[in-house]
Design a protein around this ligand. Structure first.
Ligand SMILES: NC(=O)c1ccc[n+]([C@@H]2O[C@H](COP(=O)([O-])OP(=O)(O)OC[C@H]3O[C@@H](n4cnc5c(N)ncnc54)[C@H](O)[C@@H]3O)[C@@H](O)[C@H]2O)c1
Length: 439
């Protein structure tokens, strides 16, 4: 039976969602779309006001339509008391890194502090938290049922990921089986394998999954760097590797490093968690270091072509940490802009949706209104985010508009042969000077 065929009455719940950011808003809208009555609470009154008027606070494909279509079952509030009727409270607040790299659990703690410990209510933790968090919350509020249900959605395809999960991890300890069953009942219609386990293992599955994906990225980036030395093309290498089912194709795209609100902080949180428990997670140190160096290698590639960057105009295509999102958290563009300006270059940038968020974070760069405007008179362009529309630019005319038609393709996204035919000097990541066309 598909999700659409399951009778809604069988699954209807009054659901509380705490924290209405990427995860919370998608969770709220998707549960509303499955027939549940959702009460979503956030401390940010401006955000709640905006959402109550139907104005979305994030760019996420498919989300505006879902929110509009199910508005009658979606309620936004700043009051925690309003959520008292919900049996399941999904905690979706942010868990950013502290200076030490540990997960900052202060927002999770402030949610817990507002709970009465009602034995009829369960806290369902969707925020990414280190193993041990659930146990410590349970210790403080022994009557509260606790379920770890980490979220695996990806920004840019969050709605689709949520409604069609690969797997749903549900961790609960002895005594909280009823809450785990209730969570399982609302996820079951979505399909995807249900992984029922204990809380500590569920918490660890999330951190280990993100750390593994980050490791895969840093691995292929190191392979790319070796490819540049030996004249191999990393896109060919990844294609050949990825066909091995033990390896798989995904996350084998070499580039200028991973960013975003999850990978950097979750890798660091796992490293810290291990360290705090007395284990030195050596591999993760390298994963982090490789990623940091990868963002900076771009500067060396530019100077190879341009010499000193003092007074040069460098155009960045894309600012968001990945396409189809306006999220700028830990975006590679932030490091890159700072490094370029540190070398004396001026930076002009264009992103189809991330301008608003970028303006506050990158006040000293020129935010252009189009790719063409950013590239006008530029000495080089760096493709930072692989927005699909960049593949369709009129590259031949852009070559004429630049001071020097040089492109560094930081995501191996463009077709090297087409770019060269358009008059560009093209350099990708790990593609040597030959860089073959994409499949
Ligand atoms: N963004 C992703 O792609 C993603 C994917 C999987 C898991 N996660 C995890 O989910 C969690 C949330 O991430 P996000 O990207 O949605 O964060 P976010 O910053 O977009 O949203 C968090 C929201 O929580 C609100 N908030 C903070 N403290 C609060 C409190 N005490 N009470 C009520 N609301 C409060 C904030 O105002 C904000 O709206 C994090 O732990 C993250 O690691 C994120």
């Amino acid at each position: 039976m598909s999700a659409a065929e399951v009778p809604l009455e069988a699954q209807r719940e009054v659901i509380g969602v705490v924290g209405v950011g990427w995860v919370g808003l998608v969770t709220a809208a998707c549960f509303a779309s499955r027939g549940h009555d959702v009460w979503a609470m956030d401390v940010d009154a401006t955000k709640v006001e905006s959402l109550s008027r139907g104005r979305l606070t994030i760019h996420e494909p498919g989300l505006p339509e879902l929110v509009a279509e199910h508005a009658e079952r979606l309620h936004f509030t700043t009051s925690m008391e309003v959520l008292a009727n919900a049996r399941l409270l999904f905690c979706c607040v942010d868990t950013p890194p502290t200076y030490s790299g540990d997960a900052d659990l202060s927002r999770v703690r402030s949610v817990v502090d507002q709970l009465s410990g009602d034995s009829e209510q369960a806290l369902v933790m969707k925020s990414t938290v280190p193993s041990g968090t659930g146990q410590s919350i349970r210790r403080d509020l022994p009557s509260l049922a606790y379920v770890s249900c980490p979220e695996f959605l990806k920004e840019g395809s969050a709605v689709d990921d949520f409604l069609n999960p690969d797997r749903v991890v549900i961790g609960a300890d002895t005594g909280d089986e009823w809450a785990a069953d209730a969570v399982a009942a609302i996820y079951e219609p979505l399909g995807g394998e249900l992984v029922r386990t204990d809380v500590a293992s569920a918490e660890m599955i999330k951190l280990a999954s993100n750390a593994f994906l980050a490791t895969k990225i840093s691995f292929i980036n190191e392979i790319a760097n070796v490819c540049e030395e030996v004249g191999a093309d990393v896109t060919e290498v990844a294609r050949g590797m990825g066909l091995d089912q033990r390896i798989g194709r995904s996350f084998l795209n070499a580039g200028i490093g991973y960013g975003g609100s999850c990978f950097p902080k979750d890798v660091s949180a796992l490293k810290q968690l291990a360290g705090n428990s007395g284990y030195h997670f050596q591999l993760l140190n390298s994963v982090i270091e490789v990623n940091e160096l990868q963002k900076r290698r771009v500067i060396g590639k530019l100077t190879k072509h341009l010499g000193s960057l003092v007074g040069k105009r460098i155009a960045l295509l894309g600012l968001a940490f990945k396409p189809n999102t306006d999220d700028m958290r830990e975006a590679s563009s932030l490091v890159l802009s700072a490094r370029l300006q540190g070398e004396g270059a001026s930076v002009a940038a264009y992103d189809p949706v991330a301008h608003e968020g970028a303006a506050g974070l990158l006040p000293s760069i020129e935010l252009a209104s189009s790719a063409e405007a950013a590239l006008q008179g530029a000495d080089a362009a760096i493709l930072v985010t692989e927005w699909p529309e960049f593949a369709d630019l009129d590259w031949a005319s852009l070559a004429g508009a630049m001071s020097r038609p040089l492109i560094l393709d930081g995501r191996n996204f463009l077709d090297p042969e087409a770019l060269r035919a358009a008059g560009f000097s093209y350099e990708g990541i790990g593609r040597g000077s030959t860089g073959r066309a994409r499949d």
